[in-house]
Ligand binder design. Sequence first.
Ligand SMILES: N[C@@H](CCC(=O)N[C@@H](CS)C(=O)NCC(=O)O)C(=O)O
Length: 202
Amino acid sequence: MKLYMHPFSQHCRRVLMLCRELGLKIDRIVVALDRGEHKTEDFLRLSRTGLIPVLADGDLRLAESHAIMRYLSAVSGDRAFYPADVKARAVVDMWLDWNHTRLNPPIQTIAIQQIVMKDKADQSIIASAHTQAQDALAILDRALNSRDSIGGAVTLADLSIASTLALYELVGGSPSHHSAVSAWFEGLKRRPSFHETAPRMA
Ligand SMILES: N[C@@H](CCC(=O)N[C@@H](CS)C(=O)NCC(=O)O)C(=O)O
């Protein structure tokens, strides 16, 4: 199996974290986003989305980090990170969707402003995205405090959200105003899958 990826991408990191957790071997192929390699015809033949990560397994080409994580769970026979029980699985799916739609977007906005736009970054967009990210973290904090749907056994949702928070820290954000999120995130950071997939700073 091959993963077309970039070490600074949170979407790729969550897939690599899962591979590490499941003991799956995967070849990493770095896609040079800065040179627009993901928009070339060669790459678009792999995935019309023009986004990383993309998994290649035999004749399968699969984009979307969460779809890849579900596929890897299925082929590995994993029932821990993506439970077989229909209700438990639905709750994992709920948090995966929540990350995609609520937490990740403002954090990705901050990253694009700071890393891609650099000097041309719009500080008002960054400030508003931080507010949205903190509002989302307040929701996660309440859920973790109630311990009714997340914060128990580690699942795909925990890995996905942790990868997003890692990017948030990389671009100067912090979950420290939310004590339950901070404690939960510190626990995830202690897992080998987290620190072994950290991007190496030049
Ligand atoms: N929903 C997608 C998002 C993937 C995504 O946004 N990837 C970014 C890197 S983190 C990318 O390829 N960006 C290149 C671009 O937008 O041109 C997933 O979960 O895989």
